[in-house]
Design a protein around this ligand. Sequence first.
Ligand code: AN7
Length: 449
Amino acid sequence: MTSAVETTLPGSAGAGTSNVDELARIVVRCMACEERFSGADVLTSCPACGGLLDVVIPTRRKLTPGELGVGVPAAGRHSGVWRYWPLLPGLPEDALVSRWEGNTPLFRDIRLTRYAGLADGHLELKHEGHNPTASFKDRGMTVGVSHAKAVGARIVACASTGNTSASLAAYAAAAGIPALVLVPEGKISAGKLAQTIAYGARVVQVEGDFDVALALLRELTAAYDVYLVNSVNPFRLEGQKTIIFEMMEQRDWQAPDWIVLPGGNLGNTSAFGKALIELHAVGLIDRLPRLAVIQAAGAAPFAAYHASGFEEFAPVEAETVATAIKIGNPASTTRARRSIELTNGWVTTVSDDEILEAKAIIDRCGIGCEPASAASLAGLRRLVRDGIVGVHESAVTLLTGHILKDTDAVAAYHFDNVGGGPRSGANRPIRVAAELSALEQALADALHR
Ligand code: AN7
């Protein structure tokens, strides 16, 4: 593609010849028309029919857990993504951009299990906030940016509700590739914006919501030679599969009955379905868990689509306190539908109040997460109450981002009492005179918390 701007873009384009050979061995396939393309191409939709693309991972041969670590390049040895090398696209080693992402904990807490309504020992929480930029996005970004580097991209770009932009900015900085990010003006958390600025991306605040920003960016990437890293990028989703790989490894390859996750643009939902199918195909798990996707009630087009028996999809104007998932027209809807169908999954919604209450309880257990993440626990509780998930079934919920991602949400809950009346467990700091007698009262209060 040519344009006036193109000649002014920085850096040198074009993959080295050895990279082209390695990239050409990777097969990318359209999930709609099954047309096949080369990994050396830069594609975020099928040039033939516009469908979403999958990287094809060979799964005919059975794998043992030990064989998963075979062939891991030195550059990815410490990464919780690249150590699953045989189930990832074989990118050239000199292109790998890693910040030791992944390697996240799987927590248990009896209080949260009881809050969900499950029998003791039946809930685990995979905390993806323990990633380098404090959200799960780093797992996809290490693969997306490594592919961008391998093909010689001169600039990488995304539209974001904040976490993708923070992650892209960091990995682009690590790779030495310029980054452009579009965020909805005034609608992402201050912490995420701060990360994106500090890591050095060119930040554009678009007048409009996330859906407007993504549509605008797709116009730009269609016209200019800009590498798009949103989750329509098939390489990014390959990295996000490793949340499932690591979760199953931590559970000694025993699948839970349910995996519960928040749904926004539906990249994780898409990646999780693919990951489970691949693990099952190579014999590392013997059954498929059911995926349960939880949307905020004010941003729930996928839940409505599911409720219609996947007959009618309609985008919505999104509104929710969980800004990360304030998305009304998810880019990966068709791929996410496939994940739900393949795993006999479910989709439901929770209110902002349910999200905030679940978040306060997760925080109070010393685990902590951002609001969007808490939708998973709130949703599980709802599903147990509705009888969709049985009390004696096992579940893993995904916590997608760190508590410090959105400190405004913490303040609003504990200080402002938005929506009237004190929130349950609200914890407002008190001011005292610098006198021992005043502290004695605080000591008595603290003992009773
Ligand atoms: C904390 O950063 O879409 O359903 O632009 O940041 O895979 O999109 C963030 C999404 C859940 C939803 N939890 O995941 C972005 C963006 C957190 C998130 C989601 C996001 P997908």
